[in-house]
Design a protein around this ligand. Structure first.
Ligand code: GN1
Ligand code: MG
Length: 373
């Protein structure tokens, strides 16, 4: 399956039908929601007193066993809700987890006549998903939310979670796949394509940095979020504090560094993934603020050796995402939704420029990590 341009608008009729399965209520409106690159997300607004909720069509090209995704979500939410009974986030601040909604026959999903897989979750009210971190206060909240989430799931037994996306964030596997796709695609060598190929070639050794440390036993698997980019942390519109972390489909055992790297690469890139105005740049002040927030919630879990890999993690996850976008571009965009021709190539260039900015600030970033203790 290849996503066509404007794929976001696809299937609204089906969305209305699906919305009706998760609420015994008249539906006033169903509109596209958020900016996910993989699943299709809608906000459902029922008429009358019923609360709005979030409806999603899972991308079953990516999540090939969606029932397992839902089972993981149930395991996760039962665990987190139990932990939250005794968890006191600083001064009773608000902290929530989306609830899974059920159909009348108590199923956590509904499959429509075209085979689309739908599920619904409660909507976290009065909170915003913000694509680019605004300032250090926001950055701190993002880091705090990821640390809090790590702290809430750290005792979730790995055996209870299925691996719903094998090889996710295992960079050497992405590199191997890229090599295969490039060999088959034989792309015409525009300057941008040439740049990406050269950029990857000169950093092949980097792909091993975390997996090598894991193989040596320096880093170990723990439950992680998998996709803690800045806009997956919801910010209370009034208090400006983080209130939830969403997009929980990739929770599974992994390295904390996948999450820390992903959170930093997204939070410290003020121009965002589509590249704003001007140069793509990694902002070290935002990095310090994210880490301060993270450490305030979860610093005690990070062994000294794990801290040493934080720089490598942010560099690697930016590089890896660039390689994933570029591979998808070469393949005709089967994975990430695109809004225009060349979108995944443009996204890859942003991540590679971000990687270069991270590399050029290695000393500063390593010093910031050291400051944290
Ligand atoms: C995808 O769909 P979305 O936007 O939540 C991707 C992440 C990437 C992200 C980049 C399952 O997440 O790994 O970091 O795009 N999710 C999956 O924006 O591949
Ligand atoms: Mg996601």
């Amino acid at each position: 399956m290849t996503h066509e341009f404007g794929a976001r608008g696809r299937g609204e009729d089906n969305a209305i039908a699906a919305a009706g399965r998760f609420c015994d209520c008249p539906i006033a409106d169903v509109s596209e929601f958020g900016r996910g690159n993989v699943n299709d997300t809608f906000l459902v607004e029922p008429a009358g007193e019923h609360k709005p909720f979030v409806l999603q069509r899972l991308n079953t090209h990516v999540f090939r066993r969606p029932q397992l995704v839902m089972r993981n979500l149930r395991v996760l939410s039962d665990h987190v809700l139990r932990r939250m009974e005794t968890f006191d986030p600083e001064q009773g601040r608000r902290w929530e987890i989306p609830r899974i909604l059920l159909t009348p026959d108590l199923s956590d999903h509904w499959i429509d006549s075209s085979g689309s897989f739908w599920r619904a979750m409660s909507f976290i009210e009065g909170a915003e998903s913000i694509d680019s971190v605004r300032d250090e206060v926001h950055a701190r909240e993002v880091g705090w939310a990821v640390g809090t989430f790590h702290s809430l799931i750290r005792d979730l037994p790995a055996g209870k979670l299925s691996d719903t996306l094998e090889g996710f964030h295992v960079t050497p596997l992405y590199l191997g796949r890229y090599d295969q796709v490039l060999a088959a695609a034989k792309p015409s060598l525009s300057p941008e394509v040439r740049f990406c190929i050269d950029f990857i070639n000169s950093r092949r050794a980097l792909a091993q940095v975390l997996e090598g440390a894991r193989a040596r036993g320096a880093l170990g698997l723990r439950p992680i979020h998998g996709d803690p980019k800045a806009n997956n942390i919801l910010i209370d519109a009034k208090t400006r504090r983080a209130v939830a972390i969403i997009d929980l489909d990739t929770v599974k055992p992994g390295l904390l560094h996948y999450d820390i790297g992903d959170c930093l690469r997204s939070s410290c890139n003020p121009g965002g993934e589509d590249g704003g105005e001007g140069d793509v740049r990694f902002d070290p002040d935002l990095c310090r603020a994210v880490l301060q927030g993270y450490y305030s919630a979860a610093g005690e879990f990070l062994a000294p050796v794990e801290r040493e890999f934080i720089f490598d993690a942010v560099r690697l996850i930016a590089f890896e995402l660039g390689m994933r976008f570029f591979t998808d571009h070469l393949e005709g965009n089967p994975y990430f939704k695109v809004a225009r021709e060349g979108h995944n190539l443009a996204r890859a260039l942003v991540q590679f420029r971000l990687t270069a900015s991270i590399e050029s600030q290695e000393t500063v970033i390593r010093r910031i990590v050291k400051e944290m203790g």
